[in-house]
Each structure stands twice: as structure tokens, then as C-alpha cells.
Design a binder for this molecule. Structure first.
Ligand SMILES: NC(=O)c1ccc[n+]([C@@H]2O[C@H](COP(=O)([O-])OP(=O)(O)OC[C@H]3O[C@@H](n4cnc5c(N)ncnc54)[C@H](O)[C@@H]3O)[C@@H](O)[C@H]2O)c1
Length: 415
């Protein structure tokens, strides 16, 4: 059996990509080093938010096969690497999964294949880390015997408007021919393909997209602090500014940044600049500092709210609403709710949580939303899931701290 493509790493990025390619009629093999993931998918079970068991069953019915056998990589024309790149101790990306996947491909690379890296990483990874591994293990030469490219994924978990098909796909090849080959590949199942000059530009485009969000979120997070002291309603300010039809994009403050991308990816660039050039990427480092201290700032505001009524935070019953990193999904990666709960517990508060998407978490859970909201000394809205009628909850709570700016009127305190 031969395949149009093999996807290496069947997680939040790899699985939706496989689904999209299958839906466009490509034959797709899934390769993962985790046997549990391979078995579950083979049996039609999904472990990724955006895909249901029915979606995976549909993929299997249209020929999707999963394997831990790396020799099957040789049966595909295109190999796409979608493995994790967590932050390493030194703040750069931990590339062990990427080098592991590249080695597996290198040992099974045939002339004429295309290899694409999608994992988020610093500029130069494709040309200087992946290519030498592929060439050394296969004896083939990139750009001559096989094609090599980078294409950042733009997954936005929970986004109902933009998905793999209608989100423009950036591609950058090791050579011009590599760029044309990868553009032709994604052109089979993505509406718009955007070519860059080379792999470094494509790698850096991804980091710019996330650093842009990171820095602008830090801007309004810092403003939230001094606006509160100056008695300025920042939510009203942002609403007014966002009516400008050009030159302004609204970003909103909050209890901190979460998820896999925004708090992590900018580090890859600042680490690269510092290690390669010896000086700091100051914007990123400042934004890191501001965004990373938002949970502590929210805990301090909570303490002040209780103190204003003569109540100590020590022993106070504090209810957290929404502990995921984004609304309406179950993904908790890097959620700011975790350091916030830790800060409140350190102050002696009795912390509980409610979240329609999370059954178990680091503090006790309550199912009785209304009862718990009325009984708590302080309710903090950390994530605005669609299930929450924030104004109603603010009405029944003794004290309600809205860190997302979704309440109206003066029943709630806003960040
Ligand atoms: N999830 C997102 O929303 C998101 C957003 C932006 C960027 N990314 C980037 O996409 C990449 C993938 O992230 P993800 O969220 O899909 O990760 P994930 O943890 O959901 O899935 C990764 C999968 O890769 C497998 N894997 C690990 N090492 C492997 C190897 N050597 N060979 C084959 N499979 C291997 C793991 O078993 C796992 O199943 C990362 O670089 C991440 O930065 C993800």
C-alpha cells in the first residue's frame, strides 16, 4: 500500500491536517511514537478537542491508517512533521521530538519524497537541524534528490470560522523547486497557499504572528494596572478605540496568557536572537514579564476586594469560574488559572472551581454553579465560557471579579 502523505505526530496539529487531506481525497498514513494514540485512533477514538470519535471513524473509513512502524514512512510521497516543540530548560525549543521524527524519516527516505516541518520552532531549524539529519541518514541531498520545506500550522482550537481548508497556508522551501513542490502539495487541500523566500522566512512568520499577539496583550495588561489606579475604565477605552476603522486592532487584558502558542513561541525567537547574536529581544522579554505576572496581579486585586469589606483573604471561600486557557474548549495548557489558584491558596484562601469542560483540576470542583456562586466570599470569572451568564452570576454573588470585561453595570468589579 502506498500513501500520498504520512503525518508524523497525531496531536492537535497533525490530526486535523490528516482529516483535511483525507477529505480532499488524499491517502494518508498516521505515524506516532505513542502506541496508545495509534491504537485509539485505529479504533476510531479521538484524543483531540477539535475532532470527535465520529470524525476519526470517518477518517478510518476513508482509508486512514495509523502505525508506530517507521519503515512505513517509505510508502508515502510526502512526510509532514507535526510533533511537539515544548520549551526546554534554557528557554529555547526542545527539539528532541523533531530530531527523532527527522531521524525516522532519514532512515526511510526515498528519492523524490517531500519532507515538511510544521512544528513551531526558531528560524534555521529546517535547514540547519532537519536537513543534515535527513542527508546523513539517507545519503540523499536536499533540493536535488528530495524536497524539503517548512510550513507553519495555524491551528486555532475552537475557531468555528477558520479551519485547515480556508486558513491561508504559508510555505517556504529549501530551494525554489522545494517551494513549488510544497505549494502544490498543500494546494490540493488548502484554498490559499502563500510562498515565502525560504524556510527561515516561513519559520519566522509563525513566530511574528504569535509575538504580535503576545506583545499587544502585554500592552493592554500593563494598561489595565495603571488605568485601575487612575480610575479609567479600560474596557470602555478599548471599545471606543476599536471603533476606529483603520490602524487599530483591539486586544483585551486578562488574568494571563495561556495555550501552547502565545506564552511559548515568542521565546523561540528571543532565545535565538540572544544565543546567535548575544543581545536580548527586549519587546518579548518585557512582554513575558508583564504577562507572566498577571495571575499575581489578579490575586492581589482579589485580596484588595475582600479587604475593602474588612474580610481577610485567609480563610475566604473563593470560587474560580473557567480554568481552561480559552473559552468553550477543554484545553488547559499553560492556563493562567493554575498560577492564580496557587497564589490564592498561598494567601490562605479556600479555592474551588467550576468549569463545564473540566471534570478534575488542582482544587475541588463544584457542580452547583448558582449555589456556589451565592455562597462564595468572592467569585472570580477567569474564563468566559458561553455557558456563563456573567451578569446574572454577578447579581447573585457577594463579590464578583470579572477578569474578562464581559459584565455590564456595577454589580461586578472588572480588571
Ligand atoms: N495545538 C496547538 O494549538 C498548536 C498551536 C500552534 C502551534 N502548535 C505547534 O504544533 C506542533 C505540534 O503540537 P501539538 O499541539 O499538535 O502537539 P501534541 O502534543 O498535541 O501532539 C503531538 C504528537 O506527536 C507525537 N510525537 C512525539 N514525538 C514524536 C516523534 N518523534 N515521532 C512521531 N510522533 C511523535 C506525540 O506522541 C503526540 O501524539 C508544536 O510545534 C506546537 O508548537 C500547536
Amino acid at each position: 500500500m502506498s500513501y500520498d502523505a504520512v503525518i508524523l505526530g497525531l496531536g492537535y496539529v497533525g490530526l486535523p491536517l490528516a482529516q483535511q487531506a483525507l477529505r480532499a481525497g488524499l491517502s494518508v498514513l498516521g505515524y506516532d511514537v505513542n502506541p496508545a494514540v495509534v491504537t485509539a485512533l485505529g479504533e476510531g477514538r479521538s484524543h483531540v478537542d477539535d475532532l470527535s470519535d465520529a470524525d476519526v471513524a470517518e477518517m478510518v473509513a476513508s482509508g486512514f491508517r495509523t502505525t508506530v512502524d517507521e519503515t512505513l514512512i517509505a510508502t508515502a510521497d510526502v512526510a509532514v512533521i507535526c510533533v511537539p516543540t515544548p520549551l526546554s530548560e534554557g528557554d529555547g525549543p526542545d527539539l528532541r521530538a523533531v530530531t527523532g521524527a527527522a531521524e525516522a524519516i532519514g532512515r526511510n527516505l526515498r528519492p523524490g519524497m517531500l519532507v515538511v516541518l510544521e512544528s513551531t520552532t526558531y528560524p534555521g531549524t529546517t535547514d540547519d537541524v532537519v536537513r543534515p539529519l535527513l542527508e546523513r541518514l539517507s545519503g540523499l541531498v536536499a533540493g536535488r534528490d528530495f524536497h524539503l520545506a517548512f510550513s507553519p500550522e495555524r491551528i486555532d482550537p475552537g475557531n468555528e470560522t477558520f479551519g485547515p481548508r480556508n486558513t491561508p497556508k504559508v510555505v517556504g522551501g529549501y530551494t525554489g523547486a522545494c517551494t513549488e513542490r510544497v505549494a502544490a502539495f498543500y494546494g490540493r487541500f488548502v484554498d490559499t497557499v502563500v510562498r515565502t523566500r525560504g524556510t527561515r522566512e516561513a519559520e519566522t512568520a509563525k513566530l511574528l504572528e504569535n509575538t504580535y499577539r503576545h506583545v499587544n496583550i502585554a500592552l493592554v495588561n500593563e494598561m489595565a494596572r495603571f488605568c485601575h489606579e487612575l480610575g479609567i475604565d479600560l474596557w470602555d477605552v478599548i471599545h471606543a478605540a476599536s471603533t476606529k476603522p483603520f490602524g487599530f486592532q483591539a486586544f483585551y487584558p486578562g488574568p494571563g496568557v495561556g495555550g501552547h502558542c502565545i506564552p511559548i513561541d515568542p521565546n523561540y525567537l528571543s532565545h535565538n536572537v540572544r544565543s546567535k547574536l548575544g543581545y536580548p529581544f527586549r519587546f518579548v522579554e518585557l512582554a513575558q514579564e508583564i504577562n507572566a505576572t498577571m495571575p499575581a496581579y489578579v490575586a492581589r486585586r482579589a485580596q484588595n476586594l475582600l479587604n475593602a469589606d474588612g474580610q481577610a483573604v485567609h480563610g475566604a471561600r473563593v470560587l474560580l469560574l473557567g480554568v481552561t486557557y480559552k473559552p468553550n474548549i477543554a484545553d488547559q495548557r499553560e492556563s493562567p488559572a493554575t498560577p492564580l489558584a496557587r497564589q490564592l491558596i498561598a494567601l490562605g484562601a479556600k479555592v474551588t472551581f467550576h468549569d463545564p469542560y473540566v471534570q478534575q483540576w488542582s482544587v475541588p470542583r463544584t457542580d452547583d454553579l448558582e449555589g456556589a456562586a451565592a455562597a462564595a466570599d468572592l467569585v472570580i470569572l477567569v474564563q468566559h465560557h458561553r455557558e456563563y451568564d456573567a451578569d446574572h452570576l454577578a447579581g447573585i454573588a457577594k463579590r464578583f471579579f470579572d477578569t474578562r470585561g464581559v459584565t455590564h453595570g456595577d454589580q461586578a468589579h472588572r480588571l
